[in-house]
Write a protein that binds this ligand. Structure first.
Ligand SMILES: CC(C)(COP(=O)(O)OP(=O)(O)OC[C@H]1O[C@@H](n2cnc3c(N)ncnc32)[C@H](O)[C@@H]1OP(=O)(O)O)[C@@H](O)C(=O)NCCC(=O)NCCS
Length: 236
């Protein structure tokens, strides 16, 4: 359901603890206008107009090498991806954003959260960047945005990530941010007709607060979709 109330909240958290009142307040609307804004990049929800840019980024086989999808061969594929996002937000299945370079307005990649357990206050982060943006710092900056949203606005206590066991770049990038590997999940994903082993990475909220990401100046504007907000009661 589209949001009817707009909230603006900031990253400031004097003692590093999530404020339940703030979380409840930001959860009252549908979240169509949600943005997470950093100094150089912002996260916003994808619109139909973004399909062309996503197609250009996602048609590179290097980008989608470890994914179940891609590379894109038709613009109809990113169009279908964008068209499916609203229903996934409404159901609580996926909260995914395009990463926008603020200076140019250009989309540089996609990041977001999925596999939520609100009761257990956890979710999984996933990202991909256009090839020319690898190694530029946008991964760190955009992860700081999505981690801020998850830990400071959605009430999460644990954010996990998967990296394919052969995706050394992804593993190194996650460790650089502060994630630690917890082990290998065998046959966790099924891509291209084959079972795929992935490394499970974890970042707890208390660990996040000691990372470089937590020091970024970040603002969240708009409403958080209600399906992604953890209960405020500790008995939930
Ligand atoms: C994964 C991804 C988001 C990381 O972003 P990035 O900008 O490439 O990451 P960074 O440059 O910040 O960090 C990568 C690190 O891996 C290192 N690295 C590169 N190739 C490596 C390899 N084969 N093995 C180990 N480390 C490697 C880099 O040197 C770098 O470390 P450094 O910063 O200490 O030099 C990006 O590469 C991407 O979109 N890849 C395609 C999609 C994908 O695989 N997504 C992850 C799904 S789990």
């Amino acid at each position: 359901m589209p949001g009817s109330i707009q909230q603006v909240t900031t990253s400031e958290s004097s003692n590093g603890s999530a404020d339940p009142d703030r979380i409840a307040q930001t959860a009252v609307a549908g979240g169509e206008d949600l943005q997470v804004i950093g100094p150089d990049y912002l996260l916003r929800l994808a619109t139909d107009d973004d399909a062309e840019q996503l197609f250009e980024l996602g048609k590179d086989p290097a980008v989608t090498r470890f994914f179940s999808w891609g590379p894109y061969t038709s613009i109809d594929e990113p169009r279908a991806y964008i068209a499916a996002l609203a229903a996934k937000r409404d159901s609580g299945a996926l909260l995914e954003f395009v990463i926008v370079e603020r200076a140019t307005g250009a989309i540089v990649g996609v990041t977001g959260l999925t596999e939520f357990s609100l009761r257990d206050r956890r979710a999984v982060v996933g990202s991909w960047l256009g090839h020319k943006h690898w190694g530029t710092g946008v991964n760190l900056a955009s992860k700081a945005l999505v981690l801020h949203l998850g830990f400071e606005h959605l009430g999460l206590e644990r954010i996990s990530a998967y990296s394919h066991v052969r995706n050394g770049r992804s593993k190194a990038a996650l460790e650089r941010i502060g994630f630690h590997a917890e082990g290998v999940l065998q046959a966790w994903h099924w891509h291209r007709g084959e079972p795929q082993d992935v490394t499970l990475h974890c970042l707890l909220r208390e660990q996040y607060l000691r990372t470089e990401s937590a020091a970024h100046a970040i603002e969240v504007s708009g409403a958080v979709p209600p399906a992604f907000v953890a209960p405020t009661s500790t008995k939930a």
